[in-house]
Write a protein that binds this ligand. Structure first.
Ligand code: BGC
Length: 748
């Protein structure tokens, strides 16, 4: 334990101001006189990027070796919170061994467009997946006494113009899609820090948005930690401090500290606001020091093994017409084609780039597991350099023609996707698809193995190969994990946390990405990813939640029960094949009679379950009421509607195996009735409806109107008329005075 540090009130104005910005690229400022040391913050998120000298936030300079765990795109595909908690804990051990107090991650922004250059650093297109898995990473990390930095808060869904662009997004999608995951992580895992993003939201910089950083984050969600800027995200330091941005990173060389001091002196900034921020920095330093351990080490071999296990759990078997798993049998020849098999692409570019402790490649690992089978290799294409494509293709076709199994490794070149810019298309390099065509022509028994951080279009060839393995970017042990899956050492259980569209043009944000002139309009609203494809019943290449196994699972009839906390869903899952395996049970919910627009179905819960061959497991998933709520913009509040909820249980958003209906009482909240509310709104209202009908029963004229409203055919015509207008018609049964009484009675 460390002695408790002085509070801001014991410091000079200059000292307090200095605490609220960095000392260097990665260190907070300390106050030597008062015994306040500085602490280290480093990237993140899927490894520890501790730079020995100097610093840069673009992944350019070197850093000390650390385990490169699978990036978020892979972790998200595991759909396994328990697994991610272990990853978080391992990251925590490494950070601690490097003397790092805060690791800058996880990143949980929604994959709004498949083009976002940083999608490899994000978990999903769905906020329930992002929130659950993000919380697990935070829990694991912080269990080791290392703080998380939940980023990038918020609506940072593209790299184009990321330092200025305004994400113009309506409140419901902002709350229900873009903030929901952050809300879950903050309320369930209390990250030590939240990192505000560079961009603006509806015109206001995230770094100086009091609604975002204080009203929502602290007042509504109860965040207790510190808000740090993304590196260089501060626009106006004084406004940012007032809005709730405690710590500016990296160092501003004292420039912005002086601005804060001047603002306090001239009375435009209350000193108490500065004290609050400085105290939060002191609290963070104290937390980190309390857990620091100069003797801490980690077991690099064990972490490499964990990285391999996690990578294996993240691979998604998209398609398999019986060619996988491979047999390691004498007399069989396996042709491995593609430079990526030998030179793996295992992480994305930018600030998250880790220097790995070691690096496996699939080719060596396939050889290691191939037993008595023969493995032959041809690169097929080169990465970067000019190549004699004809010769490379001829060589690849040559080994494919004589092989029993053909593995073709394809993927995105590293320069195609990075922090800092977005992709412009979803295409694999033309040389690679041409190679694939030539190989298929020579031997159609092809398994394509993909390496990519953002989704690629597969619709040009997916139906002509018997198997596709989506290998994402799998970290330093990904080569072994790919071999494990291909040989069936690991039975694949990854599931798509994002839809693979048929074409880029089909995606919901297509016409509104990446915007122009400083604005990007989130015109698709709530309809992001599968929410959009399902609403339009549009074809996809592979749906959200999809992923195959080497065994098969049957689902029993699900049950859904209303509980005090929400809905309890239970379903039996039987492994009907002859291999042990894992299924990811997905719970989708819809509210057919909802009073607001809703997606056709939304994921509300999921669970990963290991089921032995032939066995049955009962899976119970509790869907919390908070996850069933929609954000009512009139009430300015989360609302759980009363009524029927349809619960669908399945293995993907397009593979629903059973459903159950449950009626919830709801929280009884609805917008108050006014004289401008329509007759329809009055009649639907649980109190207002009877009040109005009772008033209409009182006179002969009123009974006429009452009879009209009671007739379903006639009622439809009158439903859209505001009460005040209905009352203004000649012979109206409702007088102006009565209107106010009705409103008062209805809202009582
Ligand atoms: C990135 C953050 C990162 C920071 C520090 C920024 O450019 O957006 O994700 O943590 O740099 O490297």
């Amino acid at each position: 334990m460390v002695d408790s540090l002085p509070r801001a009130s014991e410091l000079t104005l200059d000292e307090k101001a200095s605490l609220t910005s960095g000392r260097s690229f990665w260190e907070t400022e300390g106050v030597e006189r008062a015994g306040i040391p500085s602490i280290y913050l480093t990237d993140g998120p899927h490894g520890v990027r501790k730079q020995a000298q100097g610093g840069d936030h673009l992944g350019i300079g070197d850093s000390v070796p650390a385990t490169c765990f699978p990036p978020a795109v892979a972790l998200g595909s595991s759909w396994d919170a328990e697994l991610l908690e272990r990853v978080g804990a391992a990251l925590g051990e490494e950070a601690k061994a490097e003397g790092v107090g805060v690791l800058l991650g996880p990143g949980i922004n929604i994959k709004r467009s498949p083009l976002c250059g940083r999608n490899f650093e994000y978990l999903s297109e769905d906020p329930i997946v992002s929130g659950r898995l993000g919380a697990a990473l935070v829990r694991g990390l912080q269990s080791q006494g290392v703080g998380a930095s939940l980023k990038h808060f918020a609506a940072n869904n593209q790299e184009t113009d990321r330092l200025r662009v305004s994400a113009d997004v309506d409140e419901r999608p902002l709350r229900e899609i873009y903030l929901r995951g952050f809300q879950h992580v903050v309320t369930h895992a209390q990250p030590w820090t939240v990192m505000c993003s560079y961009n603006r939201i509806n015109g206001v910089y995230a770094s100086e948005d009091p609604w975002l950083l204080t009203s929502v984050l602290r007042d509504e969600w109860g965040f207790e930690g510190l808000v740090v800027s993304d590196w260089g995200a501060v626009n106006d330091r004084v406004s940012a401090l007032v809005a709730g941005l405690d710590l500016e990173m990296p160092s501003s060389g004292g420039v912005t500290d002086a601005q804060l001091v001047a603002a306090v002196r001239d009375g435009s900034l209350a000193e108490s606001v500065l004290d609050t921020a400085a105290d939060r920095v002191i609290d963070l330093v104290e937390k980190a020091l309390a857990e620091a351990d100069a003797t801490a080490t980690y077991d690099a071999e064990a972490h490499h093994a964990l990285a391999r296990e996690v990578a294996g759990r993240s691979v998604v078997l998209l398609k398999n017409d019986g060619v996988l798993p491979l047999a390691a049998e004498a007399g069989r020849t396996i042709a491995v084609i593609g430079e990526f098999a030998r030179t793996p692409r295992y992480q994305g570019a930018g600030s998250s780039q880790i220097v790995p402790t070691r690096l496996d490649n699939a080719l060596d690992e396939l050889r290691a597991l191939s037993g008595d089978a023969t493995v032959v290799f041809a690169p097929g294409y080169t990465l970067g350099a000019d190549a004699d494509e004809v010769a490379l293709t001829a060589e690849a076709v040559g080994i494919a023609a004589d092989a029993d199994d053909v593995l073709v490794f394809l993927g995105l070149p590293g320069e195609d996707e990075s922090e800092g810019f977005d992709r412009e298309h979803l295409e694999l390099p033309a040389a690679q698809t041409a190679l694939l065509e030539a190989v298929i022509a020579a031997n159609p028994r092809v398994t394509v193995v993909l390496s990519n951080g953002g989704v690629v279009r597969v619709s040009g060839w997916a139906d002509r190969v018997p198997a596709i393995v989506e290998g994402w970017l799998l970290g330093q042990a990904g080569g072994g994990a790919i071999a494990d899956v291909l040989f069936g050492v690991v039975n694949p259980s990854g599931r798509l946390a994002e839809t693979i569209p048929v074409r880029l043009e089909d995606t919901a944000s297509y016409l509104n990405f990446p915007g122009e002139k400083g604005h990007v309009r989130y015109g698709e609203g709530l309809f992001v990813g599968y929410r959009d494809f399902d609403a339009r019943a549009a074809a996809v290449s592979f749906p959200f939640g999809h992923g195959l196994s080497y065994t098969t699972f049957a689902f029993g009839a699900p049950t859904a029960t209303a509980t005090a906390e929400g809905i309890r869903v239970a379903v039996d899952v039987t492994n009907t094949g002859d291999r042990d395996g894992r299924e990811v049970v997905q719970v989708y919910v819809s509210v057919p009679a909802s009073r607001v627009q809703r997606p056709v179905r939304e994921l509300k819960g999921f669970a990963t379950v290991a089921v032995a061959a032939g066995a049955t497991e009962t899976v119970v998933i509790d869907v919390a009421a908070e996850d069933l709520a929609y954000f009512d913009t009139e009430l300015d509040a989360w609302t759980v509607e009363g009524g029927e909820y349809v619960v669908e249980v399945g293995a993907s958003s397009r593979d629903l195996r059973g459903s159950a209906v449950v009626t919830l009482a709801g929280d009884g909240r609805s917008a108050p009735l006014t004289i401008q509310s329509t007759l329809g709104e009055w009649l639907e209202h649980p109190v207002g409806g009877p009040v109005l009908m009772a008033a209409l029963a009182q006179s002969a004229e009123a009974q006429g109107m009452g009879a009209m409203l009671a007739d379903p055919g006639l009622r439809r015509m009158a439903e859209s008329i505001p009460l005040v207008r209905a009352a203004s018609f000649p012979g109206s049964p409702v007088t102006a005075e009565q209107l106010d009484q009705l409103v008062a009675a209805a809202n009582r």
